[in-house]
Structures are given as structure tokens and as C-alpha cells.
Design a protein around this ligand. Structure first.
Ligand SMILES: O=S(=O)([O-])[S-]
Length: 280
């Protein structure tokens, strides 16, 4: 069995890759394109040529008090071996919903120290919008022997850490849920509302609906986030209900140069405990 180590350092594609850029690299042997759609039929209907399919449910633990938590390292080792990850693989992830599940995959890779990755900006919608060729042929992965360990634990933030940091002026919480959930008017949790001091920018508002769900203009986003009190110097925890939508805000924050951490427990944990402060 191989031992855990960070991925190779140099990336041949940027963090956020455009369809045309990806197309130029489709034949690169180090490239592993992963389609992780919200709707399982999306892959069958058409995917980027050579892309393999990943069921998004494998990115969460699926059991225990916080089912949306990170899977065990044993599970992640099996998962990434089945997908064929090696230290030199450059992963490009995308989905059919503007980046939520793709970003959860990339966030998980960052957590295990595999930083050779990109997000296909806008996912399959942008690929289609660019008029590029699609395939409907299923691609089988070539398994590897990948040994996962949590090598970048700071990419994750826990409930207790957030509680301890709430009075820290250099710390902020970006709640990626809808306004209704943030205001405590919607949700199926024991307690509704938000983390005290959190700011709300819905993940959908980060996507450009006129540009096939690509990430909106960076300068505009930085200005809007700044107006909410989020700046690149701060440590920012982001969450939603189960760290799916907020994986995308984590990725976008990272692309903008912010210091982001993902709260995997999210409101599924915070809103169902009795020892967490809540504001409405
Ligand atoms: O998108 S979600 O994790 O909040 S259900």
C-alpha cells in the first residue's frame, strides 16, 4: 500500500478552468475528469468526453449523529482508489447544478492534501453553452491504491472551534443558505436561525445565471462580500445545511483569495444541538 502524501505541486490547469481550456487538455494522461451531478441521469444524458461518474452521496458519511460529516479515512481511501487517484493525478470536477457537489469533492481533496485540482466553471451547462462535444458512453475508472489521510485539517472547522471564535473580530461566518433559512423561517431542524454574527449570501447568488452558471464577476463578488463584512484578511467559516452549497462558497472564496474553512457539520449539526448559540 502506498503511504499518504500531498499531491505533486505543479498544476497545469488553474483552479477555475474554462471549457475551452479543459478541452485542450482532454488527452493528458494525468487528467481525471469527474462528473458528480445532483441528478444521476445527467451523466447518462451527456458528459465531458472521458469523464467518470461519482455518486455525490459518497462524499458524506451517511450515518451517525452528523450524516453530512466527512467520511472516514478508510472509506476515502477505498473511494479514491476506486476512482483511480494517484499523487500525480490532476482532477477536474464538475456537476449539473453550478458547482455544489463538484466543490464538495474538491474540498475533500484539499482536506486529504491532494491539491492538484480544478473546477470546470459552470459545469456541464457551460460545456454545452460553449458548444463542445459531449459523450454519453460510460467511462470505467482505472483503480489505484490510494491511501487517504487528513493532511490539511485546517480546511475544516468544527462546531466547537466556531463557538470559541465567535467573539474574534478577525473571524466571520458565511452562511450560504437561502434568506428564509438564515432568518429562521424555513428548515427542518430542531432550532432555526443562524450562527450569531453570521452573514448571508445565498450560494445561488454567486452564480451567473446569464453565463451558464459560471462564477459571477470576481470584482463584483469581492465588493459585495466586503459590504457584508467579509474581507481576505479574515478567517471565514462557511456552512449551509450539510456542507454541499457551502462547499461551493468555500471554493469561490478560495478563488477570490479569501481564507476559507468549511464547516462540514453545518446547520444539520448546529441547529440540532442544544448547546449552540443561535440568532434570528
Ligand atoms: O445544500 S445543503 O447541504 O444545504 S442540503
Amino acid at each position: 500500500m502506498s503511504t499518504a502524501s500531498h499531491s505533486s505541486e505543479t498544476n497545469f490547469l488553474p483552479l477555475i478552468v474554462e471549457p475551452e481550456q479543459l478541452q485542450e487538455h482532454l488527452d493528458d494522461p494525468q487528467l481525471l475528469i469527474i462528473d458528480v451531478p445532483a441528478n444521476g441521469d445527467s451523466y447518462r444524458q451527456g458528459h465531458v468526453p472521458g469523464a467518470i461518474y461519482l455518486d455525490f452521496r459518497y462524499l458524506m458519511r451517511g450515518e451517525g449523529p452528523v450524516p453530512n460529516d466527512v467520511p472516514t479515512v478508510e472509506f476515502l481511501s477505498r473511494l479514491f482508489s476506486a476512482l483511480g487517484l494517484t499523487r500525480d493525478t490532476h482532477i477536474v470536477a464538475y456537476d449539473d447544478e453550478g458547482g455544489g457537489w463538484a466543490a464538495r469533492l474538491l474540498w475533500t481533496l484539499e482536506l486529504i492534501g491532494h491539491t492538484r485540482y480544478s473546477y470546470l466553471n459552470g459545469g456541464i451547462h457551460a460545456w454545452r453553452d460553449a458548444g463542445l462535444e459531449e459523450s454519453s458512453e460510460a467511462v470505467a475508472p482505472t483503480p489505484s491504491d490510494y491511501h487517504a489521510e487528513i493532511l490539511n485539517p485546517q480546511v475544516l472547522i468544527t462546531c466547537d472551534e466556531i463557538k470559541q471564535k465567535l467573539d474574534d473580530k478577525q473571524f466571520a461566518v458565511w452562511d450560504a443558505r437561502s434568506k428564509g433559512e438564515f432568518d429562521g423561517e424555513r428548515g427542518n431542524n430542531k432550532h432555526l436561525g443562524h450562527i450569531p454574527g453570521a452573514v448571508n449570501m445565498d450560494w445561488l447568488d454567486v452564480m451567473d445565471r446569464h453565463r451558464a452558471l459560471r462564477i459571477r464577476d470576481y470584482a463584483e463578488l469581492v465588493t459585495e462580500l466586503g459590504a457584508l463584512g467579509l474581507t481576505p484578511e479574515m478567517e471565514i467559516a462557511t456552512h449551509c445545511q450539510s456542507h454541499h452549497r457551502s462547499s461551493f462558497t468555500w471554493l469561490v472564496g478560495k478563488a477570490l483569495g479569501f481564507n476559507m474553512r468549511g464547516y462540514a457539520g453545518s446547520w444539520g449539526e448546529w441547529g440540532n444541538r442544544d448547546d449552540t448559540p443561535i440568532e434570528k
